[in-house]
Design a protein around this ligand. Sequence first.
Ligand SMILES: Nc1ncnc2c1ncn2[C@@H]1O[C@H](COP(=O)(O)OP(=O)(O)OP(=O)(O)O)[C@@H](O)[C@H]1O
Ligand SMILES: [Mg+2]
Length: 409
Amino acid sequence: MPVIVDPDSPTLTRLLTAAPPGAHGVDSTERLRARLAQQRDEYAVVLGPHVALDEAFALCEDLRTARPTLSVVLVRDDLDAAVLTRAIKAGARDVVASDDAEAVVAAIARARDLHVALRGHPALGATEQGRVVTVFSPKGGVGKTTMAVNLALAMADRGARRVCLVDLDLAFGDVAITLQLFPTHSIEHAIGSESTLDPEQLDALLTRHEDSLMVLAAPAHPDVRERVPAALVTRVLSTLRQSFDVVVVDTSPSFDEQTLTALDETDECVIVATLDVPTLKNVKVAIETLDLLDIARDHRHLLLNRADDAVGIGPDKVEAILGMRIAAQVSTSIEIAAATNTGSPIVRGNPDHPSSASIRGLAELLAGGALADATHPGPAAPPAARGDASLAAAQSVPGRSPRRFRIRR
Ligand SMILES: Nc1ncnc2c1ncn2[C@@H]1O[C@H](COP(=O)(O)OP(=O)(O)OP(=O)(O)O)[C@@H](O)[C@H]1O
Ligand SMILES: [Mg+2]
């Protein structure tokens, strides 16, 4: 994503309007440096006309070697030969006039193209292992697939990151149909290759989405699930890590063997909840289970879907019940369902929709690998004191022995 820097608020707003959806604005180069330290895959920095020239050139010098796949675009009110010469020497990739919005857009597009072209270059540190992001909920129908697909598209950012979406809902997976893909291969074709599968073989099983997102589809028939061993899931995910920046995993609504294996491999876990008591009860149990299994501790992100449903429980109660902060909220919206039905999920079909912004925000957090701000600081709300017996049930965790689920890598 591009980051726009300008200490002057109206100018920052104007430049952000010209930038693609999801661009981030900061008011100083200090804040920019802090952000870049967290986000390893930004592709453009646009320095507005109110950033002091010396500061701008110092930043260009630093980024030229530290982040060669990141382009600095310098925006100036006056373009004179002296500024251009210094900009070239410092390593700025583009210098554009501040009243030329089209030139800013074109410079950001060039920065993205360059980033995509250079990203796979081993000399530029492209050998890093990708991150596995698993979208999970113990409850069916809460929006796991919708969120997994949208998060994957947001992280792919039209090619800025290499993303593979794995449909691990092996019996009833619907990632392919959601993206209107017609896969000829699926994970079924890798059965038997648990100890031999390599990136090239796996690549042949992937289906390309138009946004250069790759998909590993679920088998066409539900009974195949029984034949997919946990060892294959581990091998698939570790192999995909070698070729992709991010591997997003959509899961089935249960702690089945394959889902637990994926969770065991995961770097970031997105837990999807909605505002109904049975879901919250099951999510609470699932979180306790993840605790006992020591899975993705400090890397769990609560996504509250249908967050505006007026059902007597608000987001604050959800945080109290689950003991986690909500990382992102998505409202119930006919546009989300309609976008899915037309094969153009909301972040792609309607990037300016508030839900798209919310999903992109979470996607950036996940791709950057930031620690989850998961633990709720306040005491859990005492539901019984509010005479709400069903919420009290949601807070209690039945005694079970999740160790039996432990899958070894
Ligand atoms: N925020 C939302 N607003 C409106 N509709 C939504 C929203 N989130 C999801 N939906 C719709 O709800 C339905 C279920 O969503 P989805 O298939 O993503 O859930 P799931 O958790 O993957 O279900 P399953 O457990 O069956 O795999 C879909 O029709 C989807 O379009
Ligand atoms: Mg699903």
